[in-house]
Design a protein. Structure first.
Ligand SMILES: Cc1ncc(COP(=O)(O)O)c(C=O)c1O
Length: 396
């Protein structure tokens, strides 16, 4: 019987041996075989990418991580899924597996801060040049392609500023020039966007965010097509990347309610935006909510839903009053990450010269415009609106 993805997420794995509705957590370094012949045969199966229920050694994963791989493979419609111990591990796995001295990579200027750091700083030490392109101008990307371009690294929408790009145009350009493509799809999740189906070679998600959904686990998933599989597998094995069985279990548990949670995040976010858009201290809301905007049109073109992360742009000559606004929120916590059950707020510094992160090359906001990122959680939206309303009064 053909099942919808919502049904699939509720029943992906069971524990048939112990009759539990949930899979067992198999913690293993040693995996036992009945004979050397069985071990050798299994080794061959793993190498030839046959369906397996266990690996030959715990460094490559256990039954629990294989179950998670299977779920993500189905969600992403992927050839294979690599699991990493943090989300960022998935990004570094892709870059370190595929970039070699003399290569250039084209990186969307609005990528997550640490993605920018690895591209700009670490890869440089391996003689790989990262060139940042303006996510609002496809021609800028086009003009920066050279014979050395190995990969285009896109994050959609961009971290903190939420620009949406025309994804199939990027794929078309990359295919014409034989360039690999990687999309950080953490915001939309493969429930709302399937990058591999559009033609990207790799689709990355930080499983720390919506997949786990409870702010208590970390992990990354790198879903790939057949073209890049071998090279990434080579590096994956030799670099020791791995996700623990305990994290895999928590992420499987989170995924069961991914569809339900995302719907509620989206519903709550729409309600919060309805309040924010009438508030005179807010200059702009960075989220695909205005049907006349370019970002909305590009979101609509590719996504079947939206999630709970957005930014607000506050115009104020007094940055201290914006900090006061954030500090005085009671329900919204102050902290990094997002995608959990709870609402969060954080003032983001994205300009060059910032003390905290590497600044952007293409930043369109003035000194008096401050970006506060909000993650809208699963609380009662009326309480969230009241919290924002009372705290926004501090802005001068
Ligand atoms: C868009 C995006 N990609 C990647 C990451 C890295 O994920 P992790 O924190 O799980 O290492 C983050 C973390 O905030 C993120 O926001």
């Amino acid at each position: 019987m053909k099942k919808s993805i919502s049904t699939f997420l509720k029943h992906p794995v069971k524990d048939n041996t112990n009759r539990s509705a949930n899979p067992p957590v198999i913690r293993a370094s040693t995996i036992l075989f009945n004979s050397m012949q069985e071990l050798y045969q299994h080794e061959k199966k793993v190498k030839s990418h046959k369906k397996i229920s266990h690996y030959t050694y715990g460094r490559y994963g256990s039954t629990t991580t294989i179950e998670l791989e299977k779920i993500i493979k189905e969600l992403e419609q992927a050839y294979h899924v690599f699991l990493t111990g943090t989300g960022f591990g998935g990004i570094s796995l892709a870059l370190m597996s595929l970039c070699r001295p003399g290569d250039e990579i084209l990186v969307s200027d609005n990528v997550y801060g640490t993605t920018r750091e690895i591209s700009e700083d670490l890869l440089k030490e391996f003689n790989v040049d990262a060139i940042f392109y303006n996510p609002d101008k496809f021609e800028d990307l086009q003009n920066k392609v050279t014979k050395k371009t190995k990969m285009i690294l896109v994050e959609n929408p961009g971290s903190n500023t939420f620009e949406f790009q025309d994804l199939s145009k990027i794929v078309k350009l990359a295919k014409q020039k034989n360039i690999l493509t990687l999309l950080d799809n953490t915001w939309g999740t493969p429930l709302y966007l399937k990058p591999l189906k559009i033609g990207f070679d790799m689709s990355f998600s930080s499983a720390t965010k919506y997949f786990s959904g409870h702010s208590d686990a970390m992990g990354g998933t790198l879903a790939v097509n057949k073209k890049v599989f071998k090279k990434i597998m080579f590096f994956y094995k030799l670099s020791g990347y791995r996700m623990s069985a305990d994290e895999a279990y928590l992420i499987i548990r989170g995924l069961r309610t991914l569809d339900v949670r995302l719907k509620k995040h989206f519903d709550n976010t729409k309600k919060i935006i309805n309040f924010l858009k009438k508030h005179k201290k807010i200059k702009e809301i960075l989220y695909p909510h205005k049907p006349s905007s370019k970002n909305y049109k590009l979101w609509k073109k590719y996504y079947s839903g939206a999630t709970g992360l957005l930014s607000i742009v506050i115009k104020s000559k007094k940055k201290s009053s914006v900090i006061k606004f954030v500090n005085s929120l009671e329900i919204f916590g102050i902290g990094y990450s997002w995608g959990g059950f709870e609402s969060l707020a954080i003032l983001q510094e994205l300009r060059k010269g910032s003390e905290y992160i590497k600044g952007r090359n293409f930043f369109r906001f003035t000194r008096d415009e401050h970006i506060v990122r909000l993650h809208i959680g699963l609380e009662d939206p009326k309480d969230l609106v009241n919290d924002l309303k009372k705290s926004l009064k501090h802005i001068k």
